[in-house]
Write a protein that binds this ligand. Structure first.
Ligand SMILES: [Zn+2]
Length: 606
């Protein structure tokens, strides 16, 4: 490293007027040395710019002690020295060049010292900040918590964010039936979706693989690969009857989530209006044997179609420009991309969402009542959850999701009611992810499994055989376009780290940003969610506070890549892209997915 530093004292002495002319042999030698150094440094700059990130990610070798920017700085310094020392020129110019070279040399020295300091402090911050996490009491089950042969009903209420349910602390009488169910169930207080998009998140829920591993993503037209083993496939092979009744859009069979289901019925985006009658009918036949029933509904997804009665509960006298149904185009207009959002309008839109939750809650109540009447609640594990949440201007978008990995989109409800009422009303106040569902469920059923899964089995925690602790949670956006940049999020304890990566500029700045001097670049964000629940204060902003946050961010980023590397072990091939018919394309667009060219142009003009 240090051999690349142009020695300032030497450059000062040889640049003296007349010295170089008086000693042409020394000048030639200097020129050769300078050329060699420049080539070496240029090579290192190119190496770090092209594959420095990869070297770091795969081999954990921190070649980025100097970033591409750092190496280029060295190169510029060398060039400046060459001009001063080796180029005959007027005295004034040479003086200027001398000053310039001095600045570059100083910058290089500072940069190297800074990078060296970062290198020395890497890996040490854990002891400073993580420490032992606080132990909280969780009532461990006294019974075995094992239900071989139990039926499974998994209900995914698409777009239902956790904190809009009464049992998760929401104001008002929004979800009486789900709240009553929660009092009979185990409530997971901190459940994270591994993605903020419908297909990847459901694929993760049903395979226990993170989005980057299973690769299913509508924005890239990639369905779930057939090579992946789903929960339904495992259960079917264990003798379960398997049935799914879902809303269309991202759960249509073309996207591959139907794997393992004996019957897979698709509702034309009518939600529980058609799904509930179908589900009740299906239960009549399924109850003859052990079964897995997967239900999914878009009832609280845009377009919001609240009943007037439900809407009046949450917003009585609105006089603004919006009238239900609240479509995705309206939401986009309110999301700060095209017009400035009005607070009253936002609250009204949110009230429409709440009214939809209220209506859906009633339907869930009807389903649960019917289960009781059929006597199925005695031998059925009932799970209520969601694939992601919804934003209401917390981070600039309204009635929308997909676009980021903030907690309003990742925190989802998870309620599990056991057949014997075990752990009824208990709260599990530790991090879990939707990828944990499949391994835990299979163990709960006593089913041996040997399929690749990235989730963890949380059963030992529930049984009290392992002390509960806050596990890190990982989430990923793999949309990969300008509107929805690829992102990764990693959260442990109070700290949450988010990194964007997509364009060459972001990638370059991500590599550059491995150094302390440039760490705030690269689309990195760090939040301390303990005081900053809304994730509104990025600790990696360009000010001196960033220096305190930096070791934490580095630690989180390194751990995050461990998860990414772990997923690469499985090496599932991405499935062939799906070709959508114009009708399917339009349905996706109506749900807010797949950016039409027209809107891209509008955005570009702004
Ligand atoms: Zn969804």
């Amino acid at each position: 490293m240090t051999e690349t530093l142009p020695p300032p004292t030497q450059s000062g002495s040889v640049s003296k007027e007349g010295t170089s002319e008086a000693n042409p042999g020394a000048r030639d030698l200097l020129r050769d040395v300078a050329t060699s150094l420049e080539l070496l440094v240029l090579g290192l700059a190119l190496l770090t710019a092209t594959c420095g990130g990869m070297i770091y990610r795969f081999f954990e070798f921190n070649v980025l002690m100097l970033t591409p920017a750092g190496w280029l700085l060295v190169l510029l310094g060398l060039w400046a020295v060459r001009v001063v020392v080796l180029t005959p020129a007027r005295l004034a110019l040479r003086r200027q060049m001398k000053a310039l070279a001095g600045v570059f040399v100083a910058a290089v020295v500072v940069h190297v010292a800074d990078a060296a300091y970062l290198h020395l402090t890497l890996g040490k911050p854990e002891a400073d900040w993580a420490g032992p996490l606080p132990r909280r009491e969780f009532p461990a089950a006294t019974r075995g918590l094992t239900y071989p042969g139990a039926n499974i009903i998994l209900l995914s209420i698409d777009t239902l964010r956790a904190d809009h349910l009464g049992c998760y602390g929401y104001r008002g009488d929004i979800s009486p039936h789900i709240d009553a169910f929660a009092s009979e169930a185990l409530r997971f207080a901190r459940t994270y979706a591994p993605s903020a998009t419908t297909l990847p998140s459901h694929a993760s829920m049903l395979t226990s693989l993170y989005p980057g591993t299973h690769k299913a993503e509508v924005e890239r037209s990639i369905p779930l690969a057939q090579e992946v083993t789903t929960l339904a496939e495992v259960l079917a092979s264990a003798g379960y009857r398997t049935a799914a009744i879902v809303d269309d859009g991202q759960l249509e069979p073309i996207w591959g989530l139907d794997q393992g289901f004996e019957t897979y019925a698709v509702s034309p985006q009518e939600g529980f209006r058609t799904i509930l009658p179908q589900a009740l009918e299906r239960l009549e036949t399924l109850k003859q044997s052990k079964f897995f029933l997967f239900l999914h509904t878009y009832d609280v997804h845009t377009p919001y179609r609240p009943t007037l009665e439900d809407l009046a509960r949450f917003f009585a006298h609105y006089q603004g420009a919006f009238t239900p149904p609240i479509t995705d185009d309206m939401a986009r207009a309110l999301s700060g991309q095209y017009v400035r959002a009005d607070l009253n309008d936002i609250r009204f839109i949110e009230a429409c969402y709440d009214a939809c939750i209220r209506w859906t809650d009633t339907q869930v109540g009807l389903l649960l009542t019917r289960l009781h009447e059929l006597g199925l609640d005695k031998n059925t594990i009932v799970i209520v959850t969601a694939d992601h949440g919804e934003g209401f201007n917390e981070h600039g978008k309204v009635a929308s999701h997909t676009y980021n990995l903030y907690d309003e989109l990742l925190r989802v409800p998870l309620l599990v009611r056991f057949p014997d009422g075990a752990l009824a009303g208990s709260v599990f106040d530790y991090n879990v992810s939707l990828v944990d569902l499949m391994p835990s469920l299979l163990l709960l059923l006593g089913l041996p499994y040997d399929v690749p899964m990235e989730g963890r089995d949380i059963l030992p925690l529930l049984r009290g055989s392992a002390p509960p602790a806050d596990e890190p949670v990982f989430a990923q956006s793999i949309c990969g376009n300008d509107r929805f940049p690829n992102q990764r999020a990693y959260e442990v304890g109070p700290y949450k780290f988010i990194q964007e990566y997509l364009t060459w500029r972001e990638r370059l700045s991500a590599w550059v940003g491995r150094s302390r001097a440039f760490y705030t670049l690269g689309g990195r964000r760090l939040f301390d969610t303990d005081p900053d629940y809304d994730e509104s204060r990025n600790l990696l902003t360009i000010d001196y506070r960033a220096l305190d946050a930096l070791p934490v961010a580095q630690w989180l980023e390194d751990r995050m890549y461990e998860v990414v590397r772990e997923g690469r072990r499985f090496r599932f091939p991405a499935a062939q892209p799906v070709e959508l018919t114009p009708e399917e394309h339009e349905r996706m667009r109506g749900l807010g997915y797949i950016q039409p060219a027209r809107l891209k142009e509008e955005k570009g003009r702004r």
